[in-house]
Design a protein around this ligand. Structure first.
Ligand SMILES: NC(=O)C1=CN([C@@H]2O[C@H](COP(=O)(O)OP(=O)(O)OC[C@H]3O[C@@H](n4cnc5c(N)ncnc54)[C@H](O)[C@@H]3O)[C@@H](O)[C@H]2O)C=CC1
Ligand SMILES: CC(C)(CO)C(=O)C(=O)O
Length: 301
């Protein structure tokens, strides 16, 4: 299969580098990382140590592929959609966190759109070198009924052919909302408190704030027509807090690094959907305001 990775940063480089074991992969990213990969290949360390040799470019225009995986930060999805509009791809699949990415891709492209979640962990350590922080799973499904379940099966099979644990699902929206609830609960609380994920282990005030944000998100999901129980969200948050206890969430890493966060696609999305549904989400509203205030103070918005 010919696969384009649109956004070869941390996650895209890891997934693309692993997929290159079984497929024709082209990383689309930025220099100096792209130049380093072109020069010496992509070095993967951590869970496994290997070097693979995907193609790499800073310009996707005119590229053709069976599948494009979108792995840019949520705020860069419009630019990624514009770049993909110049390409000839048979399907697009987002592996991003946050919500709204699939809508933006579907609005800008006339190809089937798949949605994916992943619990793989990655960090771009140096140009040409990505750290594989944690083995996980990829779940993919059709974003709209027209996007065809069979295609999701083919994409999941392509991941498995490269020894990536992957499965197709028909309820990807519920899975996206469940991941959103986990991110809405963990990311802003750990970023603002500057703590590792494990600091949200109950009992404690931080755990209570995270739980409240997750509870609100589950309620908004149900108002959006998604069958997501509060108990399921609480269990998912506790599982992730336990399983990634020593990790810093991506939002914590962004704040610590002085970088823009994905708050608009996470807590901001919950606030927006709540307003549309007439639901009150004071904890998500407060967390979003605090992160936005930090971004504004840092000159990032
Ligand atoms: N890093 C991780 O372990 C995980 C990340 N995610 C999600 O995956 C997404 C990506 O996250 P990361 O890889 O950590 O971010 P990142 O910032 O490391 O990588 C994104 C890359 O895309 C590039 N980019 C942006 N627009 C582009 C364009 N138009 N053309 C080419 N390159 C472009 C950026 O320069 C950057 O290098 C986010 O939504 C994140 O929440 C989800 C699970 C795990
Ligand atoms: C699941 C979690 C919270 C793990 O850190 C994550 O996805 C992130 O950091 O964005």
């Amino acid at each position: 299969m010919e696969i384009l990775i649109l956004g070869a940063g941390s996650l895209g480089s890891l997934i693309g580098g692993l997929l290159a074991r079984a497929h024709d992969v082209t990383l689309v990213g930025r220099d100096p990382h792209v130049a380093a990969v072109r020069d010496a290949g992509l070095r993967i360390t951590g869970v496994e140590t290997l070097t693979t040799h995907p193609a790499a470019t800073t310009d996707a225009s005119g590229a053709s592929a069976d599948l494009a995986l979108v792995t840019v930060k949520a705020y860069d999805t419009p630019g990624a959609a514009d770049a993909l509009a110049t390409c000839d791809v048979d399907a697009v699949c987002s592996l991003q966190n946050g919500m709204g990415n699939e809508e933006r891709l579907a609005a800008g492209l006339d190809v089937p759109v798949l949605a994916g979640t992943t619990t793989y962990g990655a960090r771009l350590a140096d140009p040409g070198h990505v750290e594989w922080l944690g083995r996980g799973r990829v779940t993919v499904g059709p974003w709209r009924p027209v996007d065809a379940v069979a295609r999701s099966e083919r994409v999941a099979a392509a991941f498995r052919a490269a020894d990536i644990d992957a499965a197709a699902t028909t309820d990807v929206r519920r899975r996206l909302w469940e991941k959103l609830a986990v991110n809405a609960a963990i990311n802003p609380v750990t970023a603002l408190a500057r703590v590792e994920n494990g600091a949200l282990t109950p009992p404690g005030a931080l755990a209570e704030v995270a739980t409240a944000a997750g509870t609100e998100t589950a309620r908004v999901a149900r108002a959006d027509g998604v069958d997501l129980s509060t108990a399921t969200v609480h269990e998912a948050v506790e599982d992730v807090v336990r399983g990634t206890a020593r990790n810093r969430s991506s939002m914590h890493q962004d704040v610590a690094g002085g970088r823009r966060t994905e708050v608009e696609a996470i807590n901001g999305y919950v606030v927006d959907r709540a307003a549309a549904a007439g639901e009150s989400v004071p904890v998500n509203r407060t967390l979003a305001a605090l992160i936005r205030g930090w971004e504004a103070g840092a000159g990032l918005r």
